[in-house]
Ligand binder design. Structure first.
Ligand code: ATP
Length: 140
């Protein structure tokens, strides 16, 4: 089965959405294979979001992502990557509330930055992001 990386961002953790998000994850048929709480420092956050380093919002994004602990999980199910992206909804949580009212971001996100969760967008980034946080991954 496919694996993906799910991350509850600092606003999701501090806003006490962790249990609600996990409930949505389990009700949608994912298994949670790994779970860890991490406080990102600037280097680690910049490395994680390296693909956005030239964007105007980059420094704000790094400040946000280092503002408190994040909860990182490895999820498994068939089609996990696309299904988790589908469950979290669009990047802009304000849009999510209108177009995807049952999505995670509609529940706990605020805007296009503070959108409370992350999901890998491809098999390649899932692989990279899982090894970024977890040294040992279960073999398929
Ligand atoms: P993620 O990669 O976190 O799952 P995403 O793939 O939906 O989110 P990306 O375009 O990859 O969105 O942007 C990465 C993150 O950067 C977003 O989740 C959000 O926190 C932040 N971000 C994206 N666009 C903006 C923006 N216009 N203004 C401020 N922050 C933004």
């Amino acid at each position: 089965k496919e694996k993906t990386l799910a991350l509850i961002k600092p606003d999701g953790v501090s806003g006490n959405y962790t249990d609600g998000i996990k409930r949505m994850i389990l009700e949608s048929g994912f298994r949670i294979l790994r779970e860890t709480i991490v406080q990102l420092d600037e280097d680690k956050a910049a490395n994680f979001y390296a693909e956005h380093s030239s964007r105007t919002f980059f420094s704000s994004l790094i400040k946000y992502m280092t503002s408190g602990p994040v909860l990182v999980m490895v999820l498994e199910k068939e089609n996990a990557i696309a299904d988790w992206r589908g469950l979290i909804g669009p990047t802009d949580a304000r849009k999510a509330k209108i177009t995807h009212p049952h999505s995670v971001r509609a529940m706990c996100g605020l805007d296009s930055e503070k959108n409370c969760v992350h999901g890998s967008d491809s098999a390649l980034s899932a692989q990279r992001e899982m090894s970024f946080f977890f040294k040992e991954m279960p073999s398929d």
